[in-house]
Ligand binder design. Structure first.
Ligand code: SF4
Ligand code: SF4
Length: 133
């Protein structure tokens, strides 16, 4: 099976080679799709894990036991720009600066930087950001 997940690493384990154990100990194939990892801060990885179902489940359980947060991944984040009131709330909460405001106070969304954490979805007061699965 193949599974895409968002992993959230608490600062104390962010620099540990935890995902390496998925390969070494659980014989899984991993593909890091997006990453935001900085020493001393919470890290996030969007990861695709591939292997026999049982091994995938064991590997993810191993991560959880080490304090890694695991979320099923959204396929995409969609922003309805026409209904956006440009309040800037999403900009202030986005951990990767995928959302920003330009000098004309227009909202810009750089999908390449988005790690699908969904923080903006919950924060948007106008409910114009949606998760697509
Ligand atoms: S889901 Fe939203 S808050 Fe999270 S990285 Fe993407 S744009 Fe930023
Ligand atoms: S939080 Fe929602 S309404 Fe506010 S700028 Fe972001 S997308 Fe637009």
């Amino acid at each position: 099976m193949k599974k895409k997940v968002v992993l959230t690493f608490p600062p104390k384990i962010v620099t540990q080679p935890i995902t390496y154990h998925l390969v070494k100990d659980f014989d899984l194939i991993i593909n890091i799709l997006r990453a935001q990892v900085e020493e001393g801060e919470t890290g996030r990885l969007v990861l695709e894990v591939e292997g026999p179902k049982e091994q995938v489940e064991k590997g993810l359980k191993y991560l959880e036991e080490r304090g890694v947060g695991i979320q099923a991944v959204a396929r995409d984040i969609n922003l309805n720009e026409e209904e956006c009131i440009v309040c800037g709330v999403c900009v202030s909460v986005c951990p990767t600066h995928a959302l920003s405001l330009n000098k004309k106070w227009e909202l810009l969304f750089d999908k390449e930087k988005c790690i699908l954490c969904e923080v903006c979805v919950k924060a948007c007061p106008a409910r114009v950001i949606e998760v697509a699965f």
